[in-house]
Design a protein around this ligand. Structure first.
Ligand code: FAD
Length: 349
Protein backbone atom coordinates (compact mmCIF):
# COMPACT_ATOMS: atom_id res chain seq x y z
CA UNK A 1 0.00 0.00 0.00
CA UNK A 2 1.36 3.44 -0.96
CA UNK A 3 0.80 6.11 1.70
CA UNK A 4 1.73 9.81 1.71
CA UNK A 5 1.72 11.77 4.96
CA UNK A 6 1.63 15.54 4.58
CA UNK A 7 3.31 17.03 7.66
CA UNK A 8 6.34 15.66 9.49
CA UNK A 9 5.39 17.04 12.91
CA UNK A 10 4.71 14.95 16.02
CA UNK A 11 1.59 13.28 14.61
CA UNK A 12 2.93 12.66 11.08
CA UNK A 13 6.37 11.46 12.20
CA UNK A 14 4.97 9.13 14.85
CA UNK A 15 2.33 7.71 12.52
CA UNK A 16 5.01 7.04 9.90
CA UNK A 17 7.01 5.01 12.44
CA UNK A 18 3.95 3.03 13.53
CA UNK A 19 2.97 2.29 9.93
CA UNK A 20 6.51 1.11 9.23
CA UNK A 21 6.01 -1.47 11.97
CA UNK A 22 3.01 -2.72 9.97
CA UNK A 23 5.14 -3.13 6.86
CA UNK A 24 3.99 0.12 5.18
CA UNK A 25 6.73 2.62 4.26
CA UNK A 26 5.02 5.99 3.89
CA UNK A 27 6.45 9.03 2.16
CA UNK A 28 6.48 12.14 4.34
CA UNK A 29 6.07 15.59 2.79
CA UNK A 30 7.19 18.69 4.70
CA UNK A 31 10.02 21.21 4.61
CA UNK A 32 7.92 24.25 5.52
CA UNK A 33 10.03 27.15 6.77
CA UNK A 34 8.38 28.33 9.98
CA UNK A 35 10.78 31.25 10.29
CA UNK A 36 11.69 30.19 13.85
CA UNK A 37 15.19 29.81 15.29
CA UNK A 38 14.46 26.16 16.19
CA UNK A 39 13.09 25.59 12.65
CA UNK A 40 9.93 23.92 13.93
CA UNK A 41 6.46 25.29 14.51
CA UNK A 42 6.12 27.51 17.55
CA UNK A 43 5.53 25.34 20.64
CA UNK A 44 6.22 25.42 24.38
CA UNK A 45 7.69 21.90 24.42
CA UNK A 46 5.80 21.06 27.63
CA UNK A 47 4.55 17.47 27.99
CA UNK A 48 3.59 15.02 30.70
CA UNK A 49 6.21 12.38 31.54
CA UNK A 50 3.72 9.82 30.18
CA UNK A 51 4.97 10.83 26.72
CA UNK A 52 7.65 8.24 27.49
CA UNK A 53 5.20 5.43 26.79
CA UNK A 54 4.57 6.67 23.23
CA UNK A 55 8.24 7.26 22.47
CA UNK A 56 9.16 3.77 23.61
CA UNK A 57 6.67 2.29 21.12
CA UNK A 58 8.95 3.51 18.34
CA UNK A 59 12.25 2.72 20.08
CA UNK A 60 12.95 6.23 21.39
CA UNK A 61 13.89 7.09 24.97
CA UNK A 62 12.45 10.16 26.73
CA UNK A 63 15.77 10.68 28.53
CA UNK A 64 17.37 11.64 25.20
CA UNK A 65 14.91 14.55 24.83
CA UNK A 66 14.24 15.58 28.42
CA UNK A 67 15.25 19.21 28.97
CA UNK A 68 13.79 19.86 32.40
CA UNK A 69 11.19 18.58 34.80
CA UNK A 70 8.39 20.66 36.29
CA UNK A 71 7.80 18.79 39.53
CA UNK A 72 6.17 21.92 40.98
CA UNK A 73 4.25 24.49 38.96
CA UNK A 74 2.85 27.76 40.22
CA UNK A 75 -0.78 28.13 39.16
CA UNK A 76 -1.65 31.75 39.92
CA UNK A 77 -0.11 31.56 43.37
CA UNK A 78 -0.91 27.92 44.21
CA UNK A 79 2.08 25.63 43.84
CA UNK A 80 0.98 22.14 42.74
CA UNK A 81 2.85 18.93 42.07
CA UNK A 82 2.83 17.92 38.39
CA UNK A 83 4.27 15.18 36.18
CA UNK A 84 5.19 17.74 33.50
CA UNK A 85 8.50 18.18 31.74
CA UNK A 86 9.94 20.02 28.76
CA UNK A 87 11.32 18.10 25.83
CA UNK A 88 13.72 19.02 23.06
CA UNK A 89 11.03 18.92 20.40
CA UNK A 90 13.23 19.81 17.40
CA UNK A 91 15.57 16.91 18.23
CA UNK A 92 12.63 14.56 18.75
CA UNK A 93 11.14 15.51 15.36
CA UNK A 94 14.51 14.95 13.72
CA UNK A 95 14.86 11.48 15.27
CA UNK A 96 11.25 10.52 14.51
CA UNK A 97 11.80 11.16 10.83
CA UNK A 98 15.39 9.83 10.68
CA UNK A 99 15.76 7.31 7.86
CA UNK A 100 12.24 7.95 6.49
CA UNK A 101 11.57 9.18 2.99
CA UNK A 102 11.02 12.92 3.63
CA UNK A 103 10.18 14.93 0.52
CA UNK A 104 9.61 18.59 -0.22
CA UNK A 105 5.96 19.52 0.34
CA UNK A 106 5.89 21.32 -3.03
CA UNK A 107 6.04 17.92 -4.73
CA UNK A 108 2.92 16.60 -3.05
CA UNK A 109 0.36 18.24 -5.37
CA UNK A 110 1.96 16.61 -8.44
CA UNK A 111 2.52 13.24 -6.75
CA UNK A 112 -0.86 12.94 -5.01
CA UNK A 113 -2.57 10.58 -7.45
CA UNK A 114 0.14 7.94 -7.00
CA UNK A 115 -0.91 7.04 -3.45
CA UNK A 116 -3.59 4.70 -2.11
CA UNK A 117 -4.13 6.86 0.98
CA UNK A 118 -3.20 10.46 1.84
CA UNK A 119 -2.83 11.57 5.47
CA UNK A 120 -3.30 15.17 6.54
CA UNK A 121 -0.92 15.71 9.48
CA UNK A 122 -0.39 19.39 8.70
CA UNK A 123 -1.56 20.70 12.10
CA UNK A 124 -3.13 24.12 12.05
CA UNK A 125 -2.78 24.30 8.23
CA UNK A 126 -5.19 21.36 7.62
CA UNK A 127 -3.92 21.51 4.06
CA UNK A 128 -5.75 18.51 2.55
CA UNK A 129 -9.05 18.31 4.41
CA UNK A 130 -12.06 20.60 3.99
CA UNK A 131 -12.63 23.20 6.75
CA UNK A 132 -13.69 22.06 10.25
CA UNK A 133 -17.39 22.31 10.94
CA UNK A 134 -16.74 24.93 13.63
CA UNK A 135 -13.12 25.96 14.00
CA UNK A 136 -11.69 27.81 16.98
CA UNK A 137 -8.09 28.96 17.21
CA UNK A 138 -5.98 30.55 19.89
CA UNK A 139 -3.16 32.94 18.89
CA UNK A 140 0.13 32.90 20.82
CA UNK A 141 3.33 34.85 21.31
CA UNK A 142 6.38 33.22 22.88
CA UNK A 143 9.93 34.23 23.79
CA UNK A 144 12.86 32.01 24.52
CA UNK A 145 14.79 33.91 27.16
CA UNK A 146 17.93 33.62 29.17
CA UNK A 147 17.13 34.33 32.81
CA UNK A 148 19.79 35.56 35.24
CA UNK A 149 18.71 35.68 38.88
CA UNK A 150 19.77 38.91 40.58
CA UNK A 151 19.79 37.50 44.11
CA UNK A 152 20.07 33.75 43.80
CA UNK A 153 16.33 33.15 43.16
CA UNK A 154 15.26 30.48 40.71
CA UNK A 155 12.43 31.41 38.34
CA UNK A 156 9.73 28.82 38.93
CA UNK A 157 7.66 27.04 36.31
CA UNK A 158 4.26 28.68 36.20
CA UNK A 159 0.91 29.19 34.54
CA UNK A 160 -0.77 32.54 35.17
CA UNK A 161 -4.29 33.26 34.01
CA UNK A 162 -5.66 35.82 36.42
CA UNK A 163 -3.70 38.69 34.92
CA UNK A 164 -4.97 38.09 31.40
CA UNK A 165 -7.81 40.16 29.91
CA UNK A 166 -9.43 37.30 27.94
CA UNK A 167 -9.47 33.52 27.95
CA UNK A 168 -5.86 32.45 28.17
CA UNK A 169 -2.70 32.37 30.23
CA UNK A 170 1.00 33.18 30.46
CA UNK A 171 3.32 30.16 30.74
CA UNK A 172 6.85 29.92 32.11
CA UNK A 173 8.50 26.64 31.11
CA UNK A 174 12.12 25.87 32.05
CA UNK A 175 14.28 24.54 29.21
CA UNK A 176 18.01 23.89 29.53
CA UNK A 177 20.00 25.69 32.24
CA UNK A 178 18.95 29.38 32.63
CA UNK A 179 16.72 29.26 29.53
CA UNK A 180 12.94 29.44 29.57
CA UNK A 181 10.02 29.59 27.19
CA UNK A 182 7.80 32.43 28.35
CA UNK A 183 4.68 32.88 26.29
CA UNK A 184 1.10 34.00 26.24
CA UNK A 185 -1.87 32.57 24.41
CA UNK A 186 -5.52 33.36 24.56
CA UNK A 187 -8.74 34.03 22.76
CA UNK A 188 -9.64 37.69 22.48
CA UNK A 189 -6.28 38.98 23.70
CA UNK A 190 -5.27 41.96 21.62
CA UNK A 191 -1.90 43.13 22.94
CA UNK A 192 0.04 40.01 23.76
CA UNK A 193 3.37 41.94 23.65
CA UNK A 194 2.12 44.26 26.41
CA UNK A 195 1.14 41.33 28.62
CA UNK A 196 4.59 39.78 28.35
CA UNK A 197 6.27 43.19 28.79
CA UNK A 198 4.29 43.61 32.00
CA UNK A 199 5.31 40.14 33.16
CA UNK A 200 8.98 40.90 32.52
CA UNK A 201 8.87 44.32 34.15
CA UNK A 202 7.13 42.97 37.29
CA UNK A 203 9.96 40.43 37.70
CA UNK A 204 12.79 42.73 36.74
CA UNK A 205 13.89 43.38 40.34
CA UNK A 206 14.54 39.65 40.80
CA UNK A 207 15.67 38.52 37.34
CA UNK A 208 17.40 39.85 34.27
CA UNK A 209 15.71 38.63 31.08
CA UNK A 210 17.59 38.47 27.76
CA UNK A 211 15.40 37.38 24.82
CA UNK A 212 17.07 34.86 22.50
CA UNK A 213 14.25 34.53 19.96
CA UNK A 214 10.51 34.99 19.64
CA UNK A 215 7.73 33.49 17.56
CA UNK A 216 4.03 33.84 17.04
CA UNK A 217 1.70 30.89 16.50
CA UNK A 218 -1.87 29.68 16.48
CA UNK A 219 -3.32 26.54 18.12
CA UNK A 220 -6.51 24.78 17.00
CA UNK A 221 -8.66 24.45 20.15
CA UNK A 222 -11.84 23.48 18.30
CA UNK A 223 -11.82 19.88 19.69
CA UNK A 224 -12.12 16.82 17.40
CA UNK A 225 -15.93 16.86 17.49
CA UNK A 226 -16.02 20.37 16.01
CA UNK A 227 -13.16 19.52 13.62
CA UNK A 228 -15.19 16.94 11.69
CA UNK A 229 -14.77 15.79 8.92
CA UNK A 230 -11.73 13.67 9.80
CA UNK A 231 -11.67 12.14 6.32
CA UNK A 232 -12.81 12.83 2.81
CA UNK A 233 -12.48 11.20 -0.62
CA UNK A 234 -10.55 13.02 -3.29
CA UNK A 235 -11.05 12.26 -6.98
CA UNK A 236 -7.90 11.25 -8.81
CA UNK A 237 -7.24 12.44 -12.38
CA UNK A 238 -8.54 9.06 -13.63
CA UNK A 239 -11.79 9.46 -11.66
CA UNK A 240 -11.17 6.92 -8.85
CA UNK A 241 -11.68 7.87 -5.19
CA UNK A 242 -8.72 8.36 -2.88
CA UNK A 243 -9.17 8.50 0.94
CA UNK A 244 -7.66 11.50 2.75
CA UNK A 245 -7.49 11.05 6.54
CA UNK A 246 -6.55 13.68 9.16
CA UNK A 247 -4.47 13.09 12.30
CA UNK A 248 -3.30 15.23 15.22
CA UNK A 249 -4.02 18.93 15.43
CA UNK A 250 -5.39 18.99 11.89
CA UNK A 251 -8.44 17.24 13.44
CA UNK A 252 -8.27 19.12 16.74
CA UNK A 253 -6.63 16.71 19.20
CA UNK A 254 -5.63 19.55 21.51
CA UNK A 255 -7.00 20.37 24.95
CA UNK A 256 -9.23 23.45 24.42
CA UNK A 257 -8.53 24.68 28.01
CA UNK A 258 -4.74 24.41 27.90
CA UNK A 259 -3.68 24.21 24.23
CA UNK A 260 -1.68 21.01 24.93
CA UNK A 261 -1.47 18.93 21.78
CA UNK A 262 1.79 16.95 21.86
CA UNK A 263 0.70 13.87 23.77
CA UNK A 264 -2.83 13.90 22.32
CA UNK A 265 -1.48 14.03 18.75
CA UNK A 266 0.66 10.99 19.54
CA UNK A 267 -2.40 9.24 20.99
CA UNK A 268 -4.43 10.13 17.91
CA UNK A 269 -1.72 8.77 15.59
CA UNK A 270 -1.69 5.55 17.57
CA UNK A 271 -5.48 5.20 17.13
CA UNK A 272 -5.09 5.76 13.40
CA UNK A 273 -2.35 3.12 13.15
CA UNK A 274 -4.41 0.65 15.23
CA UNK A 275 -7.52 1.07 13.07
CA UNK A 276 -5.63 1.42 9.75
CA UNK A 277 -7.09 1.76 7.14
CA UNK A 278 -10.65 1.93 8.48
CA UNK A 279 -11.55 5.62 8.51
CA UNK A 280 -15.03 5.08 10.00
CA UNK A 281 -13.79 3.05 12.98
CA UNK A 282 -10.98 5.58 13.44
CA UNK A 283 -13.46 8.48 13.56
CA UNK A 284 -15.64 6.82 16.13
CA UNK A 285 -12.65 5.87 18.33
CA UNK A 286 -11.21 9.40 18.21
CA UNK A 287 -14.58 10.96 19.06
CA UNK A 288 -15.04 8.63 21.97
CA UNK A 289 -11.47 8.95 23.30
CA UNK A 290 -11.47 12.75 23.13
CA UNK A 291 -15.11 13.36 24.10
CA UNK A 292 -13.86 15.48 27.01
CA UNK A 293 -12.35 17.95 24.49
CA UNK A 294 -15.84 18.56 23.08
CA UNK A 295 -17.07 19.42 26.58
CA UNK A 296 -14.12 21.79 27.18
CA UNK A 297 -14.84 23.49 23.86
CA UNK A 298 -18.47 23.93 24.87
CA UNK A 299 -17.38 25.60 28.12
CA UNK A 300 -15.23 28.03 26.13
CA UNK A 301 -18.12 28.80 23.77
CA UNK A 302 -20.38 29.39 26.76
CA UNK A 303 -17.87 31.72 28.44
CA UNK A 304 -17.27 33.66 25.24
CA UNK A 305 -20.95 34.08 24.47
CA UNK A 306 -22.87 34.00 27.75
CA UNK A 307 -20.43 33.67 30.59
CA UNK A 308 -19.09 37.21 30.86
CA UNK A 309 -21.71 38.28 33.34
CA UNK A 310 -22.77 35.01 34.94
CA UNK A 311 -19.38 33.31 35.13
CA UNK A 312 -18.59 29.60 34.87
CA UNK A 313 -21.30 27.14 35.83
CA UNK A 314 -20.76 24.18 38.13
CA UNK A 315 -20.17 21.90 35.12
CA UNK A 316 -17.49 24.28 33.74
CA UNK A 317 -15.65 24.28 37.06
CA UNK A 318 -15.88 20.48 37.17
CA UNK A 319 -14.39 20.23 33.65
CA UNK A 320 -11.54 22.48 34.76
CA UNK A 321 -10.87 20.23 37.76
CA UNK A 322 -11.07 17.13 35.53
CA UNK A 323 -8.56 18.69 33.15
CA UNK A 324 -6.03 19.10 35.97
CA UNK A 325 -6.83 15.62 37.27
CA UNK A 326 -6.41 14.03 33.83
CA UNK A 327 -2.88 15.47 33.66
CA UNK A 328 -2.16 14.28 37.23
CA UNK A 329 -1.78 17.88 38.42
CA UNK A 330 -2.25 17.96 42.17
CA UNK A 331 -4.62 20.95 42.22
CA UNK A 332 -7.13 20.44 45.07
CA UNK A 333 -10.76 20.43 43.88
CA UNK A 334 -11.64 23.53 45.85
CA UNK A 335 -8.74 25.48 44.31
CA UNK A 336 -9.61 24.27 40.81
CA UNK A 337 -13.19 25.46 41.35
CA UNK A 338 -12.02 28.86 42.62
CA UNK A 339 -9.48 29.32 39.83
CA UNK A 340 -12.06 28.60 37.19
CA UNK A 341 -14.21 31.27 38.83
CA UNK A 342 -11.63 33.90 38.03
CA UNK A 343 -12.33 33.35 34.32
CA UNK A 344 -15.39 35.56 34.59
CA UNK A 345 -13.09 38.28 35.92
CA UNK A 346 -10.87 37.96 32.85
CA UNK A 347 -13.86 38.32 30.59
CA UNK A 348 -15.23 41.41 32.28
CA UNK A 349 -11.98 43.43 32.03
C1 FAD B 1 3.12 28.69 20.95
C2 FAD B 1 2.60 27.31 21.13
C3 FAD B 1 2.94 26.62 22.29
C4 FAD B 1 2.50 25.31 22.45
N1 FAD B 1 2.92 24.67 23.57
C5 FAD B 1 2.56 23.39 23.75
C6 FAD B 1 3.05 22.68 24.86
O1 FAD B 1 3.84 23.20 25.66
N2 FAD B 1 2.65 21.41 25.03
C7 FAD B 1 1.81 20.79 24.16
O2 FAD B 1 1.44 19.62 24.38
N3 FAD B 1 1.35 21.42 23.06
C8 FAD B 1 1.72 22.70 22.84
N4 FAD B 1 1.28 23.35 21.71
C9 FAD B 1 0.44 22.61 20.75
C10 FAD B 1 1.28 21.58 20.01
O3 FAD B 1 2.46 22.18 19.53
C11 FAD B 1 0.52 21.00 18.80
O4 FAD B 1 -0.80 20.69 19.16
C12 FAD B 1 1.20 19.74 18.28
O5 FAD B 1 2.51 20.04 17.87
C13 FAD B 1 0.40 19.20 17.10
O6 FAD B 1 1.15 18.21 16.40
P1 FAD B 1 0.85 17.90 14.88
O7 FAD B 1 1.91 16.96 14.46
O8 FAD B 1 -0.57 17.52 14.72
O9 FAD B 1 1.01 19.29 14.13
P2 FAD B 1 2.33 20.18 13.94
O10 FAD B 1 3.25 19.99 15.08
O11 FAD B 1 1.86 21.55 13.66
O12 FAD B 1 3.01 19.57 12.64
C14 FAD B 1 2.44 19.83 11.38
C15 FAD B 1 3.52 19.73 10.33
O13 FAD B 1 2.90 19.91 9.05
C16 FAD B 1 3.75 20.70 8.23
N5 FAD B 1 2.92 21.30 7.19
C17 FAD B 1 2.10 22.37 7.25
N6 FAD B 1 1.52 22.59 6.07
C18 FAD B 1 1.97 21.62 5.23
C19 FAD B 1 1.74 21.30 3.85
N7 FAD B 1 0.92 22.03 3.10
N8 FAD B 1 2.35 20.24 3.31
C20 FAD B 1 3.20 19.48 4.05
N9 FAD B 1 3.47 19.74 5.35
C21 FAD B 1 2.87 20.80 5.94
C22 FAD B 1 4.39 21.66 9.20
O14 FAD B 1 5.60 22.13 8.66
C23 FAD B 1 4.59 20.80 10.44
O15 FAD B 1 5.85 20.19 10.44
C24 FAD B 1 1.68 24.67 21.49
C25 FAD B 1 1.33 25.35 20.32
C26 FAD B 1 1.78 26.66 20.14
C27 FAD B 1 1.41 27.39 18.88
Amino acid sequence: MKVAIAGAGIAGGFLARLLEQKGISPDLYDGIDHGTACRCRSCGWGAPMSVKRYLSLVGLDLDDYLMNTMVYVNFDGIVAKTPLCTINKPRLLQDLTQGLNVLDHHRLPQDMDNYDVLVDATGIARALLPPCRSDLTLPTLQYRVNVEPRNGDRLEAGVYGEEIPGLGYVWVFPLAKDQFHIGVGGIGIERKEDILERFFSEMTGRFEFSPLCSCTGVVRVASPYYSIPFYTYRQRGGGSDQPVIGVGESIGTVSPFTGEGIVYSLECAQILADTWPDEKRYTSKVLSKFGWMKRERETIDYLLIDGGSTGPRLRDRWRFFRNAQRSDIGLPIIEAFKRMGSLSGWLRE
